[in-house]
Design a protein around this ligand. Sequence first.
Ligand code: SAH
Length: 353
Amino acid sequence: MDLQLLHQTLAARGEPRFRARQIWAWAAKGANGYEEMTNLPAPLRDALSRELPFSSLALQSEAHANDGTVKALFATIDGRPLEAVLMRYRDGRRSICVSSQSGCPLTCTFCATGSMKFGRNLTASEIVDQALHFRKIESSARRDIPSRPSTSIGARRAPITHCVFMGMGEPMLNLDAVLAACERLPDIGITHRRTTISTVGWIPGIERLSEQDMPLRLALSLHAADDALRSELMPVNERYPLAEVVEACRAFYARKRRRVFVEYVMLAGVNDRYEQALALARALAPTREGEPKMFKVNLIPYNPTDSSYRGSSRESIAAFRTALEAHGIPATVRLTRGRDIDAACGQLAARRG
Ligand code: SAH
């Protein structure tokens, strides 16, 4: 919902100021349209239905994976594609992965989004509308199909609890809109503490994130602990080299007291050797005695894209993790979700299907 346009439309009709709040409250609770907003006068509901699109995004297609993951492909009003993903977990968590841009101007060599054409930054409304879409399907499904078996995770409905900016795009290149969207997420049920902004290491963005008040989480896509390899995988490293990026994350921790998640995609024979785990542990180690642990590494099994990389085996991922932990760096292996529908990390490239 374009909230700015909503305010303008209401003002032009001479509606009282509380109307915008009423309408937003309905939308945030997962309403399907203005017609459900029973505390609005009927003529206003009709007028809004005619004049103001309920969502700034048109759903183009939706794919459902066997594990309950849902990927939605949307188009903006001007026809730009973007994708967002809902992940359902057995413990009841519902996490959405949202896009901040249509396409991405960065060209990380292993990521499918990097190979599609960059479109433009998304507006705050376009970001929020991705969350509202999933809020809507989770709440209407709860009403409509109470009799579905509750054993399958896909069928158990629950409110959305987490949001990660790990869809298409680089959030730090569109930080105003991303932060404006984050301001709205708690109304949908997603607190700031459960919202994570992931970056390639765009230092000015990390600095701005440190300085603003919301207790958002920071994730850093690192993928290699030496500059030569990192530059090969992520050309942005030429601009913001490893040591400086890690330093910016330490400053973020010092300011916010929130541990930084380090994402590391495991590529066979490229960044998964024992010495590379040691180099990563060194890069992230405390710089002085008694310093708290500032980083937690999330090892990401590589999801196939059109690139020529191969994913590391389960065994090499486990060994890499053991090496990190033996050197004092907490590490987990990310569960892969939605791979059968190309909804997993790095697979978002707006292919139809
Ligand atoms: N531009 C931001 C936000 C996108 S996050 C960032 O890079 O952090 C997308 C995450 O998925 C990043 O950690 C990225 O490195 C990871 N990723 C990209 N391609 C992948 C692939 N093919 N398999 C697994 N993870 C991938």
